[in-house]
Design a protein. Structure first.
Length: 451
């Protein structure tokens, strides 16, 4: 595959997009990528992201709108950003209009086994780290909570959507304006960056957008890393991110390909790697930020739909932490929601999503419910009867972490969340919903619940 880029600048006032930098920006930088497929490239592939879903490349160009007048981007950063968009579609080689460094070349071969050749030069120096910490910030509940674990002068970089000119309105229900509002309401100690792009529409399964590669949402941060003088990228990942939807916990709590970020001068940090979504909600509350997070992609800022599965989970957790029952009207909405009904009646892996935290929430609230909500309560208890670990941090996840602000992260966790005891750790480590789905007794009980 051959990849070319173009960088242009516009006055902020000439664009309708809400591209902003809390430090001020008179200009917007537009970065265009163009992809030209060669003989062994493909337009249909399996995503490198979690789930490895089938995807198709629908366009040969994408565009990024970044605040500020960015004159130069290190070639390694430009290249990594491009690979996050099209890596699954590359056959055996990728040729940029510029050479990358030898250090980055080596990391590409290690990370992307399909790529056998990338043009590089010994005359291109590797990018040196900057002086400021960054976070790829989504505005969701986990991202808001994890922000309490990073330095207060960090840069928060949000990737928002704008429709692709060659595709039109696809996934029109999916909103990001509320995430931008969340970013604006974050503490002023952070430098807050809102970037827009149409790259998410490049890869779809025909029904919805699918990230083609792990951590594709970090692309705007990569493109701005030199301009912002960044030395790290943090994400809002929690424990569930490492094995998929909390159906099973493993012993690895790090991104195995983090070295490819280190090759471009960015330490890859996951401060929330020892937390469940209960812990991130507790952190957000401690910082007085819980009411500004935007987990729901359907509703506007601070007006979630209450029908999607994310709204169901987050409201349930909030009720548990508040020590109150959900409003009867809300429960009625849940019981008629297709997403909640699907979770209640599923015999598949999708029905086991987030059950430890859901079980913990129902235990904390107490009492019985009705309809689909009651089915999920019983199902969660069946799969995760000992879910007390959900409100505590698993400190062993940080055992091998040595990032610069690790002491700040651990101090904040100790003050806010606390640690699992040995019994809770045992329950946490041994939890395996997938294995239970193969147990005949469990399956029979599950059938009686959803019948």
């Amino acid at each position: 595959m051959r990849i070319s880029t173009r960088i242009t600048h516009f006055l902020t006032s000439t664009l309708a997009l809400n591209v902003f930098d809390s430090n001020g920006n008179d200009y917007v930088t537009v970065v265009d990528y163009y992809f030209s497929l060669e003989h062994d490239d493909k337009v249909s592939a399996k995503s490198f992201n979690a789930g490895n879903e089938a995807i198709s490349l629908g366009v040969d160009n994408v565009r990024f709108f970044l605040p500020g007048k960015i004159e130069v981007v290190h070639p390694d950063l430009l290249a990594l950003a491009a690979l996050k968009i099209v890596s699954p579609y590359i056959g055996s080689q990728v040729i940029f209009e510029f050479p990358v460094s030898k250090k980055f070349e080596e990391s590409v071969y290690k990370c992307y086994k399909n790529i056998k050749h990338i043009n590089s030069s010994g005359f291109v120096s590797s990018r040196l780290p900057g002086t400021i910490h960054g976070m790829s910030f989504s505005g969701g509940a986990d991202s808001v909570g994890v922000s309490a674990l990073i330095p207060e002068n960090s840069c928060l970089v949000l990737s928002a959507r704008t429709f692709h000119k060659d595709i039109g309105k696809f996934e029109s229900w999916y909103r990001t304006d509320q995430n931008v509002e969340t970013l604006k309401h974050m503490p002023e100690s952070f430098r807050k960056i809102s970037a827009f792009s149409d790259f998410e529409f490049a890869s779809t399964n025909g029904k919805w957008c699918i990230y083609p590669d792990k951590y594709a949402f970090t692309i705007p941060l990569l493109l701005m890393a030199d301009y912002l003088k960044l030395k790290s990228v943090a994400t809002g990942d929690v424990l569930a991110a490492f094995t998929g939807n909390e159906v099973k916990f493993g012993g690895t709590f790090s991104y195995k390909d983090a070295y490819i970020y280190e090759a471009v001068g960015l330490e890859f940090i996951q401060p929330g790697c020892g937390l469940t979504e209960v812990g991130t909600e507790m952190l957000a509350r401690k910082k007085g930020l819980a009411n500004i997070s935007s987990t729901c992609q359907y509703g506007p800022f601070q007006k979630p739909c209450m029908k999607c599965i994310k709204c169901f989970r987050k409201e349930l957790l909030r009720c548990a932490l508040d020590g109150r029952m959900p409003d009867e009207k809300i429960v009625g909405i849940w019981n008629e929601s297709p997403a909640v009904l699907s979770m209640a009646n599923s015999m598949e892996r999708s029905g086991a999503q987030m059950l430890p935290t859901i079980s913990w929430a129902f235990d904390r609230i107490g009492g019985k419910f009705s309809g689909a909500t009651e089915k999920i309560r019983r199902k969660a208890k069946l799969f995760s009867p000992n879910s007390g670990f959900a409100e505590f941090a698993y400190y062993s996840a940080y055992r091998d972490k040595d990032f610069e602000y690790i002491l700040h992260t651990l101090k904040t966790l100790i003050e806010t969340v606390g640690s699992m005891n040995s019994s809770q750790q045992d329950n946490f480590i041994s939890y395996d919903a997938l294995a239970q789905l193969k147990n005949n007794d469990v399956v029979e009980q599950l059938r009686s619940i959803i019948r």
